[in-house]
Every structure is written in C-alpha cells, then in structure tokens.
Design a protein around this ligand. Structure first.
Ligand code: SF4
Length: 312
C-alpha cells in the first residue's frame, strides 16, 4: 500500500484546464496494456478491484493541499494505472464532493463500466473521461492488449448503459495509431458505436511522446482533421499535441513570430491569442505546442487561469 505522493499537481491540462491529480493505483496496475501507454508496459494486468490506498490518507492529503490552493478546475482521478480497479473510488468521490465544490473528473479506460459496482461508484463524479480506441476484437487486442477475460461487446454495452444512468458529462477519448485503428472499416464502426454511446465530447488523440512500443506510429493531424470533418454530426475535438512545425499544414512563420513576440512581451492565455490573431483555437494550439516543445514558452498557472510565458 502506498501512502505518499497520492496527490499531484495542479498541472495545466489540455482537456481539463487546471487539474489536481489523485493517483490511487500502484504503478501500472491496469486492465489493459496499451501499445501507446506513456508509462510503459503494464506489469500487473488485472480485473480485480482492491483496496490499494487508505481512504482517510487520501482525503487528509487532499484537504491539506486544497487549503493552500487558489484555484483548480478539476480534481482528477488519474495516474499510471486504471483508477476504477480501486474498490474505494466511489467512497472517495462521494467524500470529495462533500469536502469541496470543485468538480471531480475520472480518467478511465472504460473497460469495467459494464460492472454495476463500478458504474455505481462513478455516478457522483462530474465528468467521466473513458477511452474507446477500437470496436472490433481484432483491433482491440492489437492496440489495447486487454486482460484475456475482457470482451469488446461487453465494454461497449457498459458504456451505452452507463450513459443512460449517468447525469454528468462523458468525454470519450479515441487514441489513434497509424495502420492499426485508422482504417475506414474500424472508423465506420467507431462512428456507429459512438452514436449509441452519446458522449458529450469525442476527443481525438494520437502520440506526442515516446510510446512503450517504438513501432507505434502517430496519426497525422491532417488525418485527424479529416475524421473530425467526416464525423461532423458528433461533438469531436482534436486534443493531440503537435511537436514539429512540419505537422502544421500551411505553416506560417509570421503567425509563429507574432505569437512568440506577443508572449515575450507579456504572458497571455490561449483565448487572448485567438482574439489577437483572429485565428481559431485549434490553429493557435498547434503553434503553442511547437513552441512549448522547443522550450521557448511554458504554461504557468496564475490564479484561475493558464497563461503562456516566454523562457527568459
Ligand atoms: S489504459 Fe491507460 S494506463 Fe492502462 S495501459 Fe492503457 S494507456 Fe496505460
């Protein structure tokens, strides 16, 4: 049982704004062993829910940290494993809801939502962010390398049934890997399945950091934008980060210089840059990603907001 460093952050998060993380699972205990996992290979592939950490310890650490914090947008169950494998997650969410009005988010791989106990535990949370990278068993086993007892049909059914009873937001993430789940057949099935799940957001992502398996290749931004365009009746967002200028279609040195020069003069938020340049948010984020990767700028939490500031 681990007792230290259960809370981390707050960190600026593309999906959740200013997020304070809670990690309630031992390192790489998960029901999946995704080929793209940035934490490396799963060393404990499991479906068994257990008491991994002491609930009182989690809550007292959280209370202590919240005392000194100005603002966070979400308290987020996340970390280096699957948080719903912790049997106490339901109790923790309910207790946090009594402790503070800060919304609670759960980053989950969604594989256990078909189980009534897991679904019930997550009901008090404000946002659930499940993953769904595949619909066919074949692609599921290639990309997520699941526990042998997991079945795709049951997982999908769990997500659909969860939507029917859950009143909070569901932001479904799809992680795209080139030549594995980006072909037309799988994409069509994903589209049909997402229509049944009815998430509030569909977030498309792909690699931006070195994966566990070096043969894993990212799906380019151009392809993600084409999927978004094709699925235009779904609430699709692209959350993949860009790391190289070459990935920006019609890259503009002028726009990059404007962003960098403005940020060098004073820290700015993404919304400020959108207003200043007249470009859309996604376009600005691409340049921000490159400049951040090159360590020319970095995000800084000031009060309730995330500003970008230049390295001095
Ligand atoms: S579900 Fe998340 S933690 Fe588990 S292997 Fe996949 S990416 Fe890693």
């Amino acid at each position: 049982m681990k007792t230290d460093s259960l809370i981390f952050g707050p960190v600026p998060s593309r999906r959740l704004g200013i997020s304070l993380g809670i990690d309630i699972i031992p390192f790489k205990t998960c029901s999946l062993n995704c080929i793209y996992c940035e934490c490396g290979a799963t060393n404990h592939l499991s479906l068994e829910r257990r008491h991994f950490v002491d609930v009182v310890t989690v809550l007292s650490q959280l209370k202590q940290i919240l005392k000194d914090l100005n603002h966070v947008d979400y308290i987020t169950f996340s970390g280096s494993g699957e948080p719903t494998l912790n049997k106490d997650i339901g109790t923790m969410i309910s207790e946090i809801k009594r402790l503070t009005s800060i919304p609670v988010a759960v980053l989950t791989n969604g594989t256990l939502l078909y189980r009534d106990d897991v679904a019930r535990d997550l009901l008090p949370a404000d946002v659930i962010l499940p993953s769904l990278d595949a619909v066919s068993e074949e692609v599921f086993s290639k990309i997520n390398r699941p526990h042998p007892q997991l079945e795709m049909a049951e997982i999908i059914d769990g997500l659909i049934r969860f939507r029917e009873v859950y009143t909070g937001e569901i932001w479904l993430e799809i992680f795209m890997v080139k030549s594995i789940n980006d072909h037309d057949g799988e994409l069509t099935e994903l589209y049909r399945t997402i229509k049944k799940i009815r998430p509030d957001k569909v977030q498309l992502n792909s690699l931006d950091r070195p994966p566990a398996d070096t043969r894993v290749r990212p799906v380019e931004m151009k392809k993600l934008e084409a999927i978004k365009q094709k699925w235009k009746d779904l609430p699709v967002e692209i959350v993949k980060r860009i790391r190289r200028r070459e990935e920006i279609v019609a890259f503009s040195k002028n726009l990059e210089n404007t962003i960098l020069n403005t940020i060098t003069r004073r820290p700015l938020m993404i919304d400020d840059l959108v207003q200043l340049t007249g470009k859309n948010r996604l376009e600005i984020l691409k340049y921000i990603d490159v400049l951040e990767k090159e360590m020319k700028i970095y995000p800084k939490i000031v009060g309730k907001k995330i500003f970008y500031t230049a390295k001095t």
